[in-house]
Design a protein around this ligand. Structure first.
Ligand code: NAD
Ligand code: DAU
Length: 373
């Protein structure tokens, strides 16, 4: 049996991280050290089944803690880093940008500094194969008009505090490659969906609100477009970029699946009407609700709301042989089914600190936060 390679994953307890850590551990190729601060966006249930596995080590800690990060490099001697930890929600960045600067900018810088010192002291052959894979977003490119696609050549034009902090982190990663030679690879991905996504994001929010009879808040007129990619396909792309991407490369990754928000919400409601009709849900039976579509409400728009994102993934397909495997029709059904089949996970994320935060901070869509009566 070949010896497993150890990798350091940050943010492995979040949405994409949970799916990604599972992929790595199940591949049998890697031992994963997951460094995660367990913020509101993480859920301890998500990876509970991996606890005790010889190929999974969990470390609770902050990526801004230089001493801790350096000690993990020294202790575990990883062959590379998958850097996913971030504050990830645009709406929260509008209310509190500082956390985004701390984690996304200072945290990424701290990871890079610790990685650089560790990498500098590796033997030459290991220096060549080491990778720092930085997981970033298409939001760094700003907003598209009706036509065109983001590519690796698109100029940066971040519009929200979230995307500005991610753009800054991308620039530091690029600079550490060009200045110090650190073997970095950056991926900029479009909107992910699938199991374990926190319900502050559009798709799980709509599924969970609908099932508990709450209104479905669509920002503005619902015409904004996102390019949705199934999370498992994104995870495959990250793994490939780490294993095959030459140092200094950048890959944009998308689902080739543009959807207007309103259209997407309608599709979710149609699936729910079919698989969990309101008259079969105990708490909805007496409301007389016929279709989940009746819960849709247009609410005040997100400030600075980007109109359209869309990705041309030709480079990663051509150079690394990646392609999305899960079509939207199958992926969205699989996602709805996952939320219906995992009530414990859903209960855990709906209660506590996150619920309180929503009540206090979502002033611009307060009208949609009331229970549907
Ligand atoms: P998420 O918010 O679900 O998870 C983030 C994880 O990072 C959580 O487990 C959290 O506890 C951890 N974390 C946050 N701050 C930390 C800190 N200071 N120290 C250690 N851990 C910390 O995010 P996600 O949606 O899984 O996104 C993961 C990465 O992918 C992010 O870098 C994000 O910018 C990027 N990305 C996300 C999407 C998407 O659609 N979700 C698309 C493209 C890129
Ligand atoms: O494009 C990649 C990015 O996708 C990632 O970098 C981010 O981490 C991730 O959160 C996501 O950003 P968005 O802002 O696009 O995702 P969100 O799910 O918050 O919103 C998707 C769209 O739906 C957006 O146009 C805003 C709209 N929306 C969102 C919510 C939460 C609504 O209309 N109503 C809502 O309640």
């Amino acid at each position: 049996m070949t010896e497993k390679q150890t990798v350091l994953v940050t943010g492995g307890s979040g949405f994409i991280g949970t799916n990604f850590v599972r992929l790595l551990v199940q591949s049998g190729e890697y031992r994963v050290v997951n460094l995660d601060a367990l913020t509101y966006a993480a859920n301890s249930l998500s990876l509970a089944d991996l606890e005790g596995s010889p190929n999974y080590v969990f470390v609770k800690g902050n990526i801004t803690d230089r001493e801790l990060v350096s000690s993990l490099f020294a202790k575990y001697q990883p062959v590379g880093v998958f850097h996913l930890a971030a504050e990830s929600h645009v709406d929260r960045s509008i209310t509190n940008a500082e956390d985004f600067v701390q984690t996304n900018v200072i945290g990424t810088f701290t990871m890079l500094e610790a990685a650089r010192v560790y990498w500098n002291n590796l033997p030459e052959d290991q220096k060549n194969t080491f990778r720092f894979l930085h997981v970033s977003t298409d939001e760094v490119f700003g907003s598209l008009g009706a036509d065109g696609y983001f590519t690796e050549e698109t100029a940066y034009a971040p519009n929200s505090p979230y995307s500005a902090s991610k753009a800054s982190s991308d620039h530091f990663v690029r600079a550490f490659h060009h200045t110090y030679g650190l073997p970095t690879v950056i991926t900029n991905c479009s909107n992910n969906y699938g199991p374990y996504q926190f319900p502050e994001k559009l798709i799980p929010l709509m599924i969970m609100n609908a099932l508990s009879g709450k209104l479905l808040p669509v920002y503005g007129d619902g015409s904004n477009v996102r390019d949705w990619l199934y999370v498992g396909d994104h995870c495959n792309a990250i793994k490939l970029a780490f294993e095959k991407g030459p140092p200094g490369e950048v890959y944009v990754v998308g689902g080739n699946n543009e959807q207007k928000n309103l259209n997407l919400v309608h599709q979710i409601c149609s699936i729910l009407d079919e698989v969990a009709p309101p008259d079969e849900i105990q708490q909805l039976r007496e409301t007389g609700l016929k279709s989940y579509k009746d819960l849709i409400r247009f609410v005040t728009d997100r400030p600075g709301h980007d109109q359209r994102y869309a990705i041309d993934s030709a480079k990663i397909r051509r150079e690394l042989g990646w392609q999305a495997e899960v079509g939207f029709e199958a992926g969205i059904r699989r996602t709805v089914d996952w939320y219906l089949s995992n009530p414990d996970w859903v209960d855990q994320v709906s209660s506590g600190a996150y619920g309180e935060w929503i009540k206090k901070n979502y002033a611009w869509r307060a009208d949609a936060q009331q229970e549907a009566k």
